[in-house]
Design a protein around this ligand. Sequence first.
Ligand SMILES: *Cc1c(COP(=O)(O)O)cnc(C)c1O
Length: 225
Amino acid sequence: MEIKANLEAVKKTFKNSDCLLVAVSKTKPLEDLKEAYEAGIRDFGENKVQELQDKQPQMPDDVKWHMIGHLQRNKVKYIAPYVHLIHGVDSFKLLKEIDKQGAKIGRIIPVLLQMHIAEEETKFGFDRTELEAMLSDPDFQSMEHVEVKGLMGMATFTEDTDQIRREFRGLKNQFEELKTQPLPSFMKMEELSMGMSGDYLIAQEEGSTMVRIGSAIFGARNYQV
Ligand SMILES: *Cc1c(COP(=O)(O)O)cnc(C)c1O
């Protein structure tokens, strides 16, 4: 009951009703996911391959699984057949591995490029220079088994809402700037994944198309992952 009520409360605050809610169920038991499913959620976010692998076969087939965390290259093969969207592609090497695994199974795998927008050193992601280098690389332009649907970013973990807004706005600007560039046909700037429980309202005000919300729906996690 609580999960359903939390979902309704979160949805009610949305600044943009078209923004997709990805329910981040990491560390939470299957019964919590089922409750969210019954309340209408189909998009679930996990950040550990093993946990995703455990949960995926136990949930209905129409669930769309979002891999939102840092993804190690040697684990791509496990989720390649079914993952709906990989949010955290933070290096060219990882993207190449996804393309390779997609080729093996004849699937075009949808991804987002994670941009480094936080002032914190610890957050993963491309900086502008790395992104430009990749975009102009012939190995990138010839990819056939990935579909880049947009960008993802995580703001600094801070109370300073001006800083959070600045970081999201910077990401939105990069997103809009990319749209004006000639991009290969498998790269479409449609989705902007930004915003979590603590900052999704700011993210929506700054143009987010999908928010990744965990604790505001499922309650606090016992351990931080
Ligand atoms: C855990 C996580 C979230 C959700 O965090 P909450 O603060 O619980 O909403 C969103 N995005 C990523 C990448 C995460 O790892």
